[in-house]
Design a protein around this ligand. Structure first.
Ligand SMILES: Nc1ncnc2c1ncn2[C@@H]1O[C@H](COP(=O)(O)OP(=O)(O)OP(=O)(O)O)[C@@H](O)[C@H]1O
Length: 255
């Protein structure tokens, strides 16, 4: 099997500058087609900066320079011809704050498909139902699909945000601290949802919670000061890391 059959995304020598400040110093990191990779590390280590580079979120900011290679299933993410709207359908993002649009639950989930020109009600109905089921929130909202998503709890809003991303059939999900704004029960529900999705999707999650990383991720990458210190099987990183910095961070000696 070639490497491309096993990996969904290969990044190498990724550097990123905010103005003149170099925030990423040459990250080499690949991701398998299925399963969860957690990005951990102290505040300011570059986890979110790296994550946001993967679906070109930095294009929306001034004064950011990105270099390096980003091979997403044979496509160069930073190719000048890349359609970033299409890219973000394939590489969807879930943010720290649940961010439903001020529309009905149904319209939130159907949003991306309608943007792609899908008008057939039966197709939309099916996609909305399947996405809400996959995000483990169908039973809670199936009778109120016409109501505003803003009326839901934070945890429910976050699962609707996940459903909205899933509706466009992404290959890779980026999750930037998706539970840190939620109460513990809602956070636990999101973790369960991600575990349900891990056999179908590649997911990359930035988390400050080491216990969350150890509970849900298959692989863990440890970032520090804009460098990738080490990446490997989560159990190995937590039980027997190769690098002293990783061991110090895992054991709570800093960060
Ligand atoms: N928009 C920005 N402009 C300038 N510098 C930034 C910007 N965003 C992040 N940085 C800097 O880049 C570095 C990496 O930040 P980043 O947010 O990626 O770290 P992080 O590991 O995700 O941190 P946290 O865990 O606190 O979210 C930090 O030094 C940060 O101050």
């Amino acid at each position: 099997m070639t490497k491309e059959n096993e990996t969904i995304l290969e990044t190498s020598n990724v550097k990123l500058w905010y103005g003149k400040k170099e925030a990423l110093h040459g990250i080499d990191l690949d991701f398998p087609k299925k399963g969860i990779t957690a990005l951990i590390g102290p505040s300011g280590s570059g986890k979110s900066t790296y994550l946001r580079a993967l679906n070109r979120m930095h294009d929306l900011e001034d004064n950011v320079t990105v270099t390096g290679s980003f091979n997403f299933m044979g496509q160069d993410i930073y190719a000048p011809t890349m359609d970033t709207v299409e890219l973000r359908k394939q590489i969807g993002m879930v943010f720290q704050q649940p961010n439903p649009f001020p529309f009905s639950i149904y319209d939130n989930v159907a949003f991306g498909l309608r943007l792609s020109g899908v008008k057939d009600k039966a197709v939309l109905d099916k996609a909305v139902e399947e996405s809400l089921k996959a995000a483990s929130i169908w039973d809670e909202v199936k009778d109120v699909l016409g109501k505003s998503a803003l009326g839901l709890s934070g945890g429910q809003q976050q699962r609707v945000s996940i459903a909205r991303v899933l509706a466009t059939q992404p290959k890779l999900l980026l999750l930037d601290e998706p539970t840190s704004a939620l109460d513990p029960v809602s956070a636990h529900n999101i973790e369960d949802t991600l575990l349900e999705l891990r056999d179908k999707y590649a997911m990359i999650i930035v988390t400050h919670s080491l216990s969350q990383a150890s509970r849900i991720s298959d692989r863990t990458a440890f970032f520090m000061n804009g460098d990738l210190v080490e990446v490997g099987d989560t159990r190995k990183i937590f039980i027997n890391p190769k690098k002293q910095e990783t061991a110090d961070y895992i054991s709570g000696r800093f960060g």
